[in-house]
Design a protein around this ligand. Sequence first.
Ligand code: NAP
Length: 426
Amino acid sequence: MTTTIEVGMLGLGTVGSGVVERLTQAARKIEQTQGIRLHLAAVAVNHLNAPRAVKLPIGTRLTDSLTNVVCDQRIQLIIEVMGTVATAKSAIKAALNQGKSVVTANKDLIATAGAELTALARRQHCDLFYEASVAGGIPILRTLTDSYATDNIQSVDGIINGTANYILSAMTAGQTYGDALAAAQAAGYAEADPTNDVGGIDAAYKLMILSRFAFGQGLTFQQVAPVGITGLSATICQTVARHGWQIKLLAQATQHNQQLYCRVAPVAVAQTQPLSEIAGVQNAIAVQSDAIGASLYTGPGAGSTATANSVLNDVIVAAQHLVNGQSAVNTALPVNQGAVTNLADLPQDYLVVGAKAVSAVQVYANEVDFSLQTLAPDCLRLNALTARQRQQVARQVQVTLVPIAGTVRWPAATKNAITTPVHVAI
Ligand SMILES: NC(=O)c1ccc[n+]([C@@H]2O[C@H](COP(=O)([O-])OP(=O)(O)OC[C@H]3O[C@@H](n4cnc5c(N)ncnc54)[C@H](OP(=O)(O)O)[C@@H]3O)[C@@H](O)[C@H]2O)c1
């Protein structure tokens, strides 16, 4: 028997168009395998008369009123793919308050208001899913929830901003930062205002969400304190690559001695590591855990079809819950709020690039107590540099210091440790 679920969607841009397309293409499969017919009853947009990339199914209402969709009594499930924070938040709250399940791709909103919205969803016994908010097409949140249910995750290291990775790959191939950014914009990979991508802000939001699933612990934006890629140049990327590393904008969260550490920053990844090979707009998340060991999840981090696929997978799970009358199983949010330290605060090895920079640091190293290794006339490795020493070096000689992945010197266990096992259900 097939049950029809009435769906409303907010937004019909890149992701929304993909949802309409995938919904049409996969309708038969969804019906056959799930026994569900997803009927797109209404779609809200901002500009009613703007040209659209897709044709809506016959009978789907197009409106420029969010209320018209959110307050439609027949609609049981809302897909929010319009972006924005305040508007999307109030629309999602309104939907949840009326007992509708919600699927969203909105990382900015979920990173900053996920706890509040999840609490509301739980009170309302509704689903709130957001797989597409992290790494677009890679089903990483559900994988962390389902496949690591009995495992203990030690670290997640992600390349989760395709635009930044595209620019870094292009700079490593010799393009200037400006040319690489312009090429990313021309290809539709970067927004007209690329601040969130190149400033590490988008990656920070995604890490804040990932951390909840991997460790059951939320991170604040201040704790992540993202560092972007704007301070880098083709020379730095190429020199580092000649000496055996690739610079990647890494989003990292690690549990060590039951304490959580995090960072979003450009990091030199050894070319022997799989993450170093993730090029262009691809995303990847490396997970280290007790039972599985090292695993790598890679795929498209954005794009209409891949992101829409993640959205629809959430829709199907939420629709199944509606059909079965199941009390919704939410992304139960972590209660744990243990201390968090930024990885930049720990001693670790750094690379310094550029002939002038190298000689300046060599002179300075004679005055201050840190050890360095000259890899080439234009590349130095500073070993076990403390945060204080790093700040001193950066202040005195104004160089770009790139941390080397996997070289952190861990402190001994502290009292502020995560003590309860965490589990996140979706
Ligand atoms: N693009 C990706 O690959 C990707 C990947 C992962 C996650 N996401 C997330 O998915 C969401 C959507 O991204 P997108 O790239 O699809 O955005 P987009 O192409 O800019 O589309 C936004 C859509 O929302 C509509 N909209 C905006 N404000 C509205 C309002 N106040 N009322 C009604 N409709 C409104 C727009 O209407 P008009 O068309 O009439 O202007 C447009 O159709 C964002 O949260 C984004 O972060 C995107």
